[in-house]
Design a protein around this ligand. Sequence first.
Ligand code: KG4
Ligand code: ZN
Length: 354
Amino acid sequence: MVKDMRPFTVLGIETSCDETAAAVVAGRPPGPGKILSNVVLSQLEEHRPYGGVVPEIAARAHVETVDEVIEAALAGADIPLEGVDAIAATAGPGLIGGVMVGLTTAKALALAAGKPLIAVNHLEAHALSARLSETVEFPFLLLLISGGHCQLLAASDVGRYRLYGTTIDDAVGEAFDKAAKLLGLSYPGGPAIEALATQGDARRFDLPRPMLGREGADFSLSGLKTATRQIAQTQFLDARCKADLAAGFQAAVVDVLIDRSRSAMHRYLEEFRSGKRFVVAGGVAANRRIRDALVALCREEGFDPKFAPPALCTDNAAMVAWAGVERLALGWLDGLDAAPRARWPLQEARAAGV
Ligand code: KG4
Ligand code: ZN
């Protein structure tokens, strides 16, 4: 019997935070996949005045734009809805109002077109994004650093993740955003701090590196944020001072990420004899200083670093469509009763029914 090796074509929908996104991706595991279209409509301008994402504004904006974003993705791929093999949507974790918009839209389309639905975990979509852009075999160690998440996980297969460490307070991107706000920089804070830090002296301020040297791979960033706030409120924040504080903050984050990742690498090597691959995903992975430091760490520890391209690091629907491809290949489909979830740990492989 000849196995059907036709690529799967999946429409992906992403609405869990402040990006309304839709994409069409074709391919088969282990990848890479082909991105036929990738439309991302950012709500940055809507949230900018508040210095962070406002859930109510986000949900409303998703409702207003999701239809046209999906249409644009299908048109960009030059494929009618009937031409896709499945419809994948982020079902969590995320801001529940937004998740409901995307998932409900996906259910309606699946029902209307008679296509299978795949309820995707947003974190798994980030985790598998490296396989979309290049062939990355399982297992691998994953560092997921975004605005909402900060985790180290061992990925042994699709749907099989073991949590090594997570943040006990703020996520890395969130810490960047809060520090940026203290410095009067615009949202999102990560790119703004990175740009300013290039002009600063990272050694001027002695900022804490929480959890450094501790056993395990958990993170804590609130102490660093508090220390940054104290300096920002007691110093005269001229341009020099702001740049030095941005550089100091970023250097502290780098040290924390390296220390925690190294600890996770050591545990990973005890549990997996082969597969020294280190995948970095999430919006913060776009940071050049962080990338360079993680590549140097990989060199020291003998790991092969794998970064998704920056456009696939930040929230997008191509990664959701690709997670759909991976699950479709395993026959893991979801019913129309799949429930949107504000919280959905990666260790739970399937979306829950309503
Ligand atoms: O993955 P993402 O787009 O959305 C979430 O799922 O959270 O990540 C957004 C986060 C924001 O907190 C943003 O400040 C941060 O990623 N970020 C960066 C950089 N670019 C984006 N942080 C540090 N340096 C950057 N260059
Ligand atoms: Zn994300």
